[in-house]
Design a protein around this ligand. Structure first.
Ligand code: SF4
Ligand code: SF4
Length: 299
């Protein structure tokens, strides 16, 4: 079985316990405006153009059959509407400025990559993390990957936005050691505004997983001026009180690392005016949680 992936990252230290290999899958049901992996959102391969690496040789212009590559003022740019992602330009580009994001990848291939580092996982409590995008958007593939990983004795983590069918969580539960579960915005209208979907299903799935004994780390992105208001901080506090056996709660301070990636795939980045989280923001958030006796980690 194959799935559409866009990265396999070895020696990851930020995707759960120990040293891990993180497999990034394409497609997400949400369209978070702050997404730091905007290239994960679409379920199709995409051309990426990094202008900083471009040497303006214009070899791509010569080979592109749809004239997606253009020259203006002796500089190269892409007309994204014309690109049909054949990859001919990538082969012609010697500087590495062009690449295709997204490739059909076999479960067995991924597992063979992941088990290369099994000795490190065993020493550090690491393993496989499936991230994205939303792993459950390619449900059958993710399930197969998890089953195969378990057959190889790997510790497994699924990094999820929580927006999937409850039955899908039920089916993968036996093969998942830990969920990294996002909680983004408490006010539902605001959740829809910034992510494109309601948070109702997400909260129901969190409730389902918790009540079925899943090990869960709650991850809360906080974005200055967008969702770090009192109402949402209180929403996080209420979840912590409601689910005292969460393994931990992590605050993920906003950083605009998605902006450049979005530009490289011709995607609009709507948060250009939003500043990165600063020390004063983190101090205010942490003060709120310590005052309310909530044990929270700020990453
Ligand atoms: S082939 Fe690569 S380096 Fe040359 S103009 Fe195109 S993108 Fe730039
Ligand atoms: S859920 Fe995650 S991957 Fe999906 S759009 Fe939001 S931040 Fe991006």
């Amino acid at each position: 079985m194959t799935g559409l992936t866009f990265d396999i990252h070895r020696f990851s230290l930020n995707d759960g316990s120990g040293i891990r290999t993180t497999v990034f899958l394409k497609e997400c049901y949400l369209k978070c405006e702050w997404c730091h992996n905007p290239e994960s959102q679409s379920f199709k391969p995409q051309l990426s153009f990094n202008s900083e690496k471009c040497i303006h040789c214009f070899e791509c212009v010569k080979v592109c059959l749809t004239s997606a590559h253009k020259i203006k003022d002796n500089k190269h740019y892409v007309d994204w509407n014309l690109c049909n992602v054949t990859g001919k330009c990538v082969d012609a580009c010697s500087s590495g400025a062009l690449k295709i994001i997204g490739a059909n990848t076999d479960v067995q291939f991924i597992i063979s990559e992941v088990i290369r580092d099994k000795a490190y996982y065993d020493k550090t409590g690491g393993g496989l993390t499936i991230s994205g995008g939303e792993p459950l958007a390619q449900f059958e593939f993710t399930k197969e990957l998890l089953i195969e990983a378990k057959q190889h004795g790997l510790h497994t983590i699924v990094d999820t936005c929580g927006f999937a069918e409850p039955d899908q969580f039920r089916e993968i539960l036996p093969y998942v050691d830990l969920f990294l579960f996002d909680y983004k915005v408490t006010d539902d209208a605001k959740h829809k505004q910034y992510t494109g979907v309601s948070n109702k299903k997400i909260l129901e799935n969190l409730n389902f997983l918790y009540n079925h004994g899943a090990s869960i780390i709650l991850r809360c992105p906080l974005i200055p001026g967008i969702n770090d208001d009192e109402f949402h901080l209180e929403g996080i506090k209420n979840i912590i009180k409601k689910y005292p056996l969460l393994k931990s709660v992590e605050i993920m301070p906003y950083h605009n690392m998605g902006r450049d990636k979005a530009g490289r795939i011709g995607m609009e980045y709507k948060m250009s005016d939003v500043r990165n989280a600063e020390v004063r923001d983190k101090q205010r958030w942490m003060k709120y949680f310590s005052t309310n006796n909530c044990n929270v980690i700020c990453n």
